[in-house]
Design a protein around this ligand. Structure first.
Ligand code: CP3
Length: 321
């Protein structure tokens, strides 16, 4: 889940002082934002404050974050010509501030809880670069895949390579686990996933520093889970559109799973939240290898006390087993 965010008053206070990109590029402030949820909520891991789109800035696509609208790419990459012009991304030059944030957070945490780094999976990052922003149907990305598969594969390879260096840099700076967000991959059918995505996600995961757990997450992935598992990851992240027990059976009990409470449940009263949290834990059945999490990010409208209550409930309910 996204831990830091606008549902937290502390985060909103920081955002009054800094624009979103400015905040990501200021390691002192970004480290503070990373640590806020750990102190306030009592979660078992810190999530690096950064974004999946930071690595595409050097492609010259005109990355901006627009208040209330999310990310915007002013010069999307849509044609074979656009893609032929792209050069490999110099990650160390592009995001030194992310690595510095990770070093500061690692020092401040002093081993109390692990730091989790993250990046976008090649498909989800490509979808922004090609569409220019959020999309419902991903028609530009799909047209490119179908009509210019070589160009598509070149773009995916550039992103997979940069993403591996982005994550390995976070690991070198202290991240003890990394999560790969393929947030929008659920718009693809299994054949398209297999042909246009899986080889790149697999290459990315294989290029990561050995021995560091990798969490591989997507949404709307019920039909893709076995293929995502084959692409790699020590933990498969599940969203709420699949029952946790069925999702776990689909990927196999020899991998761990993370998930999968619907974040909208946090809008309801704590007694109801408890019932639904317990249902997720019951479906995990006390089996080792379940990481309790939301199925996706916290909505801005969520009362922060409800998130805190959930963390406490999960600690209490899982100690009882
Ligand atoms: O500290 C943390 O917990 C880090 C949180 C985090 C951010 N981005 C910070 C952020 C994470 C894990 C991400 C990853 C990310 N970024 C994803 C994958 C995760 C997911 O939710 O599926 C995606 C798709 C992006 C791209 C992105 N960045 C979008 C779609 C948005 C707009 C979201 C919104 O709610 O408006 C962002 C901006 C963003 N990234 C915010 C935060 C806290 C909100 C920006 C703000 O303060 O206005």
């Amino acid at each position: 889940m996204r831990q830091a965010g606008r549902y937290m008053p502390e985060y909103r206070a920081m955002r009054r002082r800094f624009g979103f990109l400015e905040l990501c590029k200021n390691p002192e402030a970004a480290a503070e934002v990373t640590l806020q949820p750990v102190g306030r909520l009592g979660v078992d891991g810190a999530i690096l404050f950064a974004d999946i789109l930071l690595i595409v800035e050097p492609l010259g696509v005109g990355l901006e974050f627009v208040q209330g609208e999310g990310p915007a790419i002013r010069r999307p990459v849509r044609s074979e010509r656009d893609i032929a012009r792209l050069r490999p991304i110099d990650v160390d030059a592009a995001v030194p501030f992310v690595f510095e944030t990770a070093r500061r957070v690692t020092r401040a945490l002093a081993g109390k809880v692990p730091l989790i780094g993250f990046a976008g999976a090649p498909f989800t990052v490509a979808s922004y670069v090609v569409e220019g922003g959020p999309s419902r149907d991903y028609l530009h990305a799909k047209r490119l895949m179908y009509e210019a598969p070589e160009a598509w594969h070149r773009l995916m390879a550039i992103l997979a390579d940069a993403t591996a260096r982005y994550l390995n840099g976070q690991i070198a700076a202290g991240a003890q686990a990394v999560q790969i967000f393929d947030s929008w991959v659920g718009v693809l059918g299994p054949d398209d996933y297999r042909a246009f995505v899986q080889p790149h996600t697999q290459a990315l995961i294989q290029a990561l520093t050995p021995g560091v757990p990798v969490i591989h997450f997507g949404t709307g992935t019920a039909a893709l889970l076995p293929l995502m598992r084959a692409a790699g990851g020590d933990v498969l992240g599940l969203d709420w559109r699949v029952d946790l027990d069925r999702g776990w059976a689909a990927v196999g009990h020899d991998v761990a799973v993370q998930g999968n409470l619907d974040p909208a449940v946090l809008l309801a009263k704590p007694a109801y939240i408890r019932q639904r949290a317990k249902d997720v834990l019951d479906r995990a059945g006390g089996r080792p290898g379940h990481i309790f999490n939301l199925g996706h990010g916290v909505f801005q409208e969520t009362p922060v006390e409800h998130v805190k209550a959930l963390v406490d409930m999960v600690h209490e309910l899982s100690d009882r087993r």
